[in-house]
Design a protein around this ligand. Structure first.
Ligand code: FAD
Length: 459
């Protein structure tokens, strides 16, 4: 049915990349079998990360392996290349790639030709030139960051518990989160809850000894759940002794002191930066049209504006929101749009190959659910507002229904069930980040836990 052999290149193996490839794999099953189509996915990691589960992974409620979906297993009919696209020349239908192999061989980059391009590299943290930020802060977008942060928080409690120096203790027990969107609020809510629970196993660290601070530049947090529920979240977090500072910015975190725009200063070893995202920089290294905010200009059919055979969706794409009254409105960068866009995008590529008319992407934002810790949550979905346990329960049911593959759903459900029966895990496996440390010590090298070695607690 497909007119000629179609080489489809998908850049990115996240929500859009994985779901688009999955859709294409299903709908082009026969063409793939006959060698009339080929799907290649280029992505830096062999897995898709289900980002809404990162806060629960940080809290230890879900193990890191179950927050990710193995691409090779799910996309068994696709060719998976572990690497990165570094440039796109769409006029020549060529992508420049660096892969694990090109790095190992030292051969530089390789060129890959395609007929249809899907650009879905997502977004990166939107940072500002704040002194000390690049050196001391950590983001919250990857499973490595979530688990690293969990280990780091528990390690700070260990430091606080064993030091005799009150300044070191104070800094270790001060945790600053910048940005009040769902990534920041959920990460803070879950980690504070985990640390509060863990404190019962420390003879000299009490929950009241810890300072958890949320810094937000605007006048509200969690805009995704609406104004009322955002206000409720502020009240709920403050009730838990979390210091929520609205209309406040981080001005510096040099020398491990967080300086805020309201004049306050907090010596701290933990600054978590979740102040929004910006489109991936790879988009600028190509010949495709970008809007003022660096997102790819797209049509409601998910083609890249003014091009043929180039498609985009998700955080990287400025897709017109045809359901909004404002003709300039764009779909927000969230998973809700990314998953639905991927389905339409996959279908539209199939339509193109078959000479059929394209579908328009239209989805009205349904609202959001957020977890604020164990049995705590907030939600606004289709105008229905929920808080506390019902919202938390809804958050779990919703995400369980959404996490890809039956295998992952079963594993996550099993973990939740077990964590309901047994006590919470509070162990820090920070030493996993230095697997050679013990052997280096045995072989006469330097141990990263030695005083004076600065490799520890660098986040
Ligand atoms: C902590 C957290 C919680 C969230 N919770 C929610 C939620 O509750 N609800 C919701 O709707 N949304 C949520 N989101 C947002 C949601 O996860 C994103 O909107 C969604 O992942 C966007 O999908 P995407 O495919 O555009 O990008 P991603 O899923 O980020 O995928 C991009 C992929 O491209 C890869 N890539 C990057 N550069 C290259 C390159 N040069 N070459 C090849 N591949 C590349 C990346 O490694 C990644 O695999 C959350 C995000 C975070 C960080």
């Amino acid at each position: 049915m497909v007119k000629e052999r179609a080489r489809i290149l998908v850049v990115g193996g996240g929500y859009v990349g994985m779901y688009t490839a999955l859709r294409l794999q299903r709908r082009l099953k026969q063409e793939l079998g006959r060698g009339e189509a080929e799907i290649t996915v280029v992505t830096p990691d062999p897995y898709m990360t289900y980002q809404p589960f990162l806060p629960e992974a940080a809290a230890g409620s879900i193990s890191p392996r179950h927050v990710v979906v193995p691409l090779r297993r799910v996309l068994s009919e696709c060719r998976i290349i572990i690497g990165e696209a570094t440039a796109i020349d769409h006029a020549k239908r060529t992508a420049t790639l660096t892969t694990l192999a090109t790095e190992e061989e030292g051969t530089g980059t390789e060129q890959l030709s395609y007929d249809e391009l899907v650009l879905a590299p997502g977004s990166v943290s939107r940072t500002l030139p704040i002194p000390g930020l690049a050196e001391h802060a950590i983001g919250f977008k990857t499973v490595e960051e979530a688990i690293g942060l969990r280990n780091h928080v528990l390690e700070q409690m260990d430091i606080a518990s064993s030091t005799r120096d009150p300044e070191i203790r104070d800094a270790a027990l001060t945790f600053v989160f910048v940005g009040g969107g769902y990534a920041g609020v959920e990460a803070l809510g879950e980690l504070e809850d985990m640390a509060r629970y863990a404190a019962r196993y420390y003879h000299n660290v009490r929950p009241e000894d810890m300072k958890w601070i949320l810094v937000e530049a605007s006048d509200r947090i969690l805009p995704e759940v609406g104004e009322d529920m955002g206000r409720y979240t502020v009240t709920e977090l403050r009730r838990r002794n979390i210091d929520v500072r609205l209309h406040t910015r981080l001005e510096s975190c040099a020398d491990r002191v967080a300086v805020l725009s309201d004049g306050s200063r907090f010596p701290t070893r933990t600054v978590v930066w979740t102040a929004g995202v910006k489109p991936h920089p790879i988009l600028a290294a190509g010949d495709l049209p970008l809007n003022a905010r660096g997102r790819l200009k797209c049509t409601p059919e998910l083609t890249i504006d003014g091009t043929t055979h180039a498609w985009a969706a998700g955080d990287a794409a400025a897709v017109p929101d045809v359901t909004a009254a404002d003709p300039d409105a764009e779909c927000a960068p969230n998973a809700q749009h990314a998953v639905r866009q991927a389905k339409v995008l996959g279908d539209n590529i199939v339509h193109t190959l078959r000479g059929e008319p394209l579908e328009t992407y239209a989805h009205k934002y349904a609202g959001s659910v957020a977890s604020l810790g164990f049995h705590k949550g907030v939600a606004q979905v289709y105008g229905r507002k929920l808080k506390g346990y019902p919202a938390w329960f809804m958050h779990r049911v919703y995400h369980l229904s959404r996490v890809p593959t039956f295998n992952r759903k079963a594993r996550v459900l099993a973990e939740w069930t077990l964590s309901g029966l047994f006590k919470r895990e509070i162990v820090s496996l920070g030493s996993l980040e230095h697997p050679r440390a013990e052997f280096e010590l045995a072989a006469g090298g330097k141990h990263p836990h030695n005083p004076g070695d600065d490799t520890k607690g660098s986040s």
